[in-house]
Design a protein around this ligand. Structure first.
Ligand SMILES: [Zn+2]
Length: 143
């Protein structure tokens, strides 16, 4: 699953870039813990992060990237998820547009060149999580 290193002292971490919406965070965190056998999910929140990652502003993207860097370097996270959800107040677009933005945001994050697998997640109206993009480490396309 792309998870190789184990920090025995503190457990295994993954990273989620998720909406500030509290309803979306627990399902994403729990889904990632189960699917990828990690103990903890560091969560970087921003309203509608899939929109920001694809449309800016760049300063906000840079802040999100700095936060991801902490999770990857300090906690040795090897998995970064970008999650979007139905009914998002921070990014009121159609479900299809959310999902297109998530896939594009995955390419942005993969382009940061971190030693991680990048996945895209969609949280539907029943707070169920689906994998909609999966970029294995080293598979990022040049933009
Ligand atoms: Zn939201």
């Amino acid at each position: 699953m792309g998870i190789r290193r184990i920090n025995m002292a503190v457990g295994m971490f993954a990273t989620a870039i998720n909406c500030i919406d509290g309803r979306a965070q627990r399902p994403v965190s729990e889904w990632m813990r189960i699917q990828y056998s990690v103990d903890f999910v560091d969560t970087i929140t921003h309203p509608g992060p899939e929109k920001t990652l694809t449309q800016g502003p760049q300063a906000t993207i840079d802040t999100m990237r700095a936060n991801v860097d902490v999770s990857v370097s300090a906690h040795e996270s090897q998995l970064v998820a970008i999650a979007a959800h139905h009914g998002c107040a921070g990014n009121p677009v159609s479900d299809e547009e959310h999902q297109a933005q998530v896939r594009a945001a995955c390419q942005v994050v993969a382009g940061w060149g971190l030693p991680v697998r990048v996945i895209g997640l969609w949280v539907n109206e029943w707070w169920q999580v689906a994998l909609i993009a999966d970029l294995a480490e080293g598979s990022q396309q040049s933009r």
